[in-house]
Every structure is written in C-alpha cells, then in structure tokens.
Design a protein around this ligand. Structure first.
Ligand code: ATP
Length: 248
C-alpha cells in the first residue's frame, strides 16, 4: 500500500454517559491501501475507537469530547453515520448482525442499497463477493439466521463489500471462530485488500493472527495507545511477545 493517510485520528477522548472516560487521547493514522490493526485486550477501547470513527457512538450515549478525526483530510467526528458511508467508509460490527430472516443473498443485496449504478453492476459485485466467499454462493438461498458463526461473519463482510467501500472498519472478525476459520477470514481480508484496494482498519484481540496479516499495528491499553509499529517489528518485540502473543 501507499503511505498517504486516508484516515487520521488525532488525540481523541471519548466519554460515555457524560462521565465515563474511555478513550484518553487516542491517535492513529491509517494509510490508504493498507491493513492496520488495532490490538488490545477486552475493554481496552477498540470498539469505542471504531465507533467514534464511524459516528456510531450516539446510540451508545458516547461522545467524542476532544480531538479530531479526519477522513481524506475532512473532519468527520460527530457527524451523521450515513455521511461516512457515503464517503466510502463502512463498519462491520462485532457479532456480525445479519438480517436473520433474510437469505444470505438478500443480506448481501442490502449492502448495495446506497448505490445508484443499477442492476448489472450490483450483479457483478455479487459475483465478486461469491468469488471471495465460495461458501456464501453455496448457502445463498439459506436463511442467514440458520448459518454458522463463520458464515455469518462472511455475510457481514460480503454485505460491506457490496457497498464498494474505500475503507472497511472490521471489529473483531475472529470472535468465536475456530482457528482454521479465523485464518480463512484473514486470508480473504488480505485478498480483498490486495485485489480490490480496500483499506482496512481492524480491531482484534487475537494479536497473533492480526500481526501476521496487518501491515501496521497499534496496541491499545485502557484507552491509550501504548505501542505502535510495523507489524513485523511488533511480532518481534519482547513486550508484545510476552503480553500479547499468547492471546486469542
Ligand atoms: P471488547 O473486545 O470487549 O469489545 P474493546 O477493546 O472493544 O473490548 P470497548 O468495547 O471499546 O472495548 O469498551 C471500552 C470500555 O468502555 C469498557 O470499559 C466498557 O465497559 C466501556 N463501555 C463500552 N460501551 C459503553 C457504554 N455504552 N457505556 C458505558 N461504558 C461503556
């Protein structure tokens, strides 16, 4: 990937319910075309950071009270969630969130709702998604609620791809999945990154797998970035090895 920052988070503070300070000055930079990992244990603030970026804190009674977030150089913090989607940023939430009563294919098609480029383009993107996720083609007529956790993660990612995003915020893709499936999901992230040029910012507790696929990593502890660097360096760092590489 290149090194132009697509997304810049500058020293943000996030407070829930006017009193609970969760992010205490987080800064990070996501280069266009890269895979950036946001790492850290349970409750470190990874999800909060992603939701701050995608303006999804409102429904959680959370607020960015300090700092700024820039997407392609424009300030976006505290805006409307739909606006960021229009700019090309889509979040895949932790826990998948499929429409359980719709089929796999119907779920994928809901991802194309903001597009204006017609049926043929949407059909060709559906093919693109099925190429990355052959399993979803097999399951396309199945009700999403009856598919496995891994398949639901694929549906959530596939639906995000259907909006032709420039950047995907991916929250804890490994959660609850068997190691082999985790590996498969990350291989797809890498393939989508390389072939479609989609930029990723992914939050992960599974440091080991994330640092094998990401280009750059940030480690979050209690609402602060305590370390960052190229993934290859972090993998070799003694502190990271001691405190994080056993996790996940
Ligand atoms: P996890 O892997 O558990 O999702 P995380 O690193 O994503 O961890 P967050 O979900 O961002 O962490 O949570 C960070 C802190 O903020 C936690 O202490 C959590 O209890 C608190 N928190 C999260 N959401 C809210 C909320 N809506 N109201 C108050 N506190 C919250």
């Amino acid at each position: 990937g290149g090194d132009t920052a697509l997304l810049e988070v500058n020293n943000i503070e996030v407070i829930y319910n006017h009193v609970i300070l969760v992010l205490k000055g987080v800064s990070l930079s996501v280069p266009k075309g890269g895979i950036t990992a946001l790492l850290g244990g349970n409750g470190a603030g990874k999800t909060t950071t992603l939701k701050a970026i995608s303006s999804l804190l409102g429904s959680e009674r959370g607020e960015v009270t300090k700092g700024s977030i820039l997407y392609r150089g424009e300030r976006v913090e505290g805006g409307a969630p739909a606006e960021l989607v229009r700019k090309g940023v889509i979040q895949v939430m932790e826990g998948r969130h499929c429409f359980e009563h719709l089929t796999v294919e119907e779920n994928l098609l809901t991802g194309a709702y903001t597009r204006r480029d017609g049926r043929a383009a949407i059909q060709s993107d559906l093919e693109m998604v099925y190429t990355y996720f052959p399993r979803l083609r097999e399951r396309r007529k199945s009700q999403a609620g009856y598919t496995s956790g891994g398949e639901q993660q694929m549906v959530a990612m596939g639906r995000a791809l259907m909006s032709r995003p420039e950047m995907i915020l991916l929250d804890e893709p490994s959660m609850g999945l068997a190691p082999q499936l985790v590996e498969q999901i990350f291989q797809i992230v890498k393939a989508v990154n390389e072939s479609e040029g989609v930029t990723f910012l992914l939050a992960e507790q599974n440091t080991n797998v994330a640092l094998r696929y990401a280009h750059y990593g940030y480690i979050l502890e209690s609402g602060r970035i305590v370390m960052d660097g190229p993934a290859a360096d972090l993998r070799e760092n003694p502190d990271v090895k001691e405190f994080y590489l056993g996790m996940g």
